[in-house]
Design a protein around this ligand. Structure first.
Ligand code: UDX
Length: 476
């Protein structure tokens, strides 16, 4: 480990590796877990930049769907690219792991790592894949761990493989974390802010450089403060050791979560001193040392990653007897945020929610997706139902998923119907289309014209002019 760290530190610049010209040639790539979110985006992305990809998954239904050119996930641009790559014969989907492993030069592990009840990441899928790889690998392969796994888990993969195979001769292991945002996964794949390659093997490092060469060679626009500036810079390639690569992923997600909790805490303070958190975010974010992203106050962070990775990091800290105060506070602040929204609803409606109708617009964990995993909107609905309220819910695309996760709300595919007789309307995700709702018509449907804009999405002044009682988060 010590020698690895030294080589990382002495590399040029801030760990950004020297760019060598590498001839791009198509590589044979296998993606295990190729029908999951990260797996599909990675498979289609790699096929699109010219590689021959076999995506393998145990989910027969999803594999059949993907093979027929249909994406099981809602992701902008994915369906079109999937069909192009299938048409060009650069990608295929299969359930046959052994053949898929034998064909690949580079093997990605992109299976799920859900959180167990005790807060630990459930590594059973990763372990199972490693066991199969140990059995099936018949010549040198670069095994790339894409799934977010606790520090040490990649070592586990390495030790499972080493029981039957010789490291360096039959395989090398790389940690290559993804930073894909749902809804923007393909943009993030083709225009990454950086690519992280964590390995001690020069041979594996070269293979990964070659794999990503088309992306590394592309000179992307440099986004500063949300605006595109004229200068261009190459995609930074960070080459480091295995453990630091995994830590980068955890630290990145923890940092984003911390920014959101930070601005939510400031929002609470703004409310009490009659300041406006949107103005504070703007003034804060234009400091180039801070930046504007992830400073939107609201219901807190949801989704499958930020909280899961934060909890995993807390477990890692506990295992090494380290007290991560800031990380713990980040999570605690997030838990509070839904309760604050509930308090606003109570204040606006007169406290007793029993049998009162609350309309909730937006059900997924954020806009642009139908994913309701760890959705703050559903958490709020759960709290409202516990108070005896009747919840009428609407979302442009997430109603089916929300119904399964929370059957006790009443769901509508039309916002006007969802608002009928409601005493308050809560905007719970930041769908831009909510800005263009027919608020005059909504007002006539509602029992009381009240809006809690829990994502600070709407124009409060305009709504007040229409006769609504309007409240944002962290606004006076
Ligand atoms: C995140 C990371 O961004 C990505 O790099 C990682 O690979 C996976 O986890 P994702 O879960 O798709 O991606 O969602 P993201 O867009 O980051 O939003 C996470 C949550 O934070 C959402 O619930 C969103 O509404 C909330 N959020 C985000 C805020 O409340 N305020 C903000 O300013 C930004």
């Amino acid at each position: 480990m010590a020698s690895q760290m030294t080589s990382v530190r002495t590399r040029r610049g801030l760990g950004i590796a020297a760019r060598r010209s590498i001839a791009t040639r198509p590589m044979k790539v296998t993606v295990i877990g190729g029908a999951g979110y990260v797996g599909v985006v990675t498979s289609v992305g790699l096929a699109h930049i010219g590689h021959e990809v076999v995506a393998v998954d145990v989910d027969q239904g999803r594999v059949a769907l993907l093979q027929s050119g249909q994406s099981p996930i809602h992701e902008e641009g994915l369906q079109g690219l999937l069909r192009d790559c299938l048409g060009a014969g650069r990608i295929r989907f299969t359930t046959g792991l052994k053949d898929a492993v034998r064909q690949g030069e580079v093997i990605f592990i992109a299976v799920g790592t859900p959180t167990r009840d005790d807060g630990h990441a459930d590594l059973s899928q990763v372990i199972q894949v490693a066991e199969h790889l140990a059995e099936y690998i018949d010549r040198y392969k670069v095994v790339v761990v894409k799934s977010t796994v606790p520090v040490g888990a990649v070592e586990l993969v390495r030790s499972i493989l080493s029981r039957r195979l010789v490291e360096g001769e039959h395989f090398d292991v790389v940690s290559n974390p993804e930073f894909l945002r749902e809804g923007k996964g393909l943009v993030d794949f083709f225009h990454p802010d950086r690519i992280i390659i964590g390995t001690s093997s020069p041979r594996a490092r070269t293979a990964l450089r070659r794999l990503y060469a088309p992306i590394l060679a592309r000179r992307v626009k440099w986004h500063v403060l949300g605006a595109t500036v004229d200068r261009e810079r190459p995609v930074p390639l960070i080459e480091t050791d295995l453990t630091s690569a995994q830590m980068i992923k955890y630290a990145a997600n923890a940092f984003l979560a911390m920014r959101i909790s930070f601005i939510n805490e400031i929002a609470g303070l703004c409310e009490r001193v009659h300041a406006d958190v949107r103005e504070v975010s703007r003034g804060l974010g234009h400091d180039v040392r801070i930046g504007l992203a992830y400073l939107e106050a609201g219901l807190g962070f949801g989704g499958p990653c930020l909280e899961k990775d934060l909890r995993a990091l807390l477990r890692i800290a506990a295992e090494v007897q380290y007290e991560p105060r800031l990380l713990r506070a980040t999570l605690e602040r997030n838990e509070l945020q839904v309760r604050e929204a509930l308090n606003h609803i109570k204040q606006m409606t007169g406290y007793l929610l029993y049998k009162r109708i609350v309309a909730i617009f937006g059900l997924a964990f954020k806009s642009g997706t139908s994913d309701v995993r760890n959705s703050r909107a559903l958490r709020l609905i759960q709290e409202l139902l516990a108070e005896g309220a009747i919840v009428q819910a609407y979302d442009p695309i997430a109603v089916a998923a929300a119904k399964t996760a929370q059957p006790n709300a009443i769901y509508f595919d039309d916002p006007l119907k969802a608002a009928r007789n409601a005493e308050i309307l809560v905007i719970a995700t930041d769908w831009r289309e909510f800005r263009n709702l027919d608020f005059a018509a909504l007002r006539t449907r509602m029992a009381q014209p009240r809006i809690l804009d829990a994502r600070n999405l709407l124009d409060g002044r305009q709504l007040a002019a229409l006769g609504f009682q309007y409240k944002g988060i962290g606004t006076p």
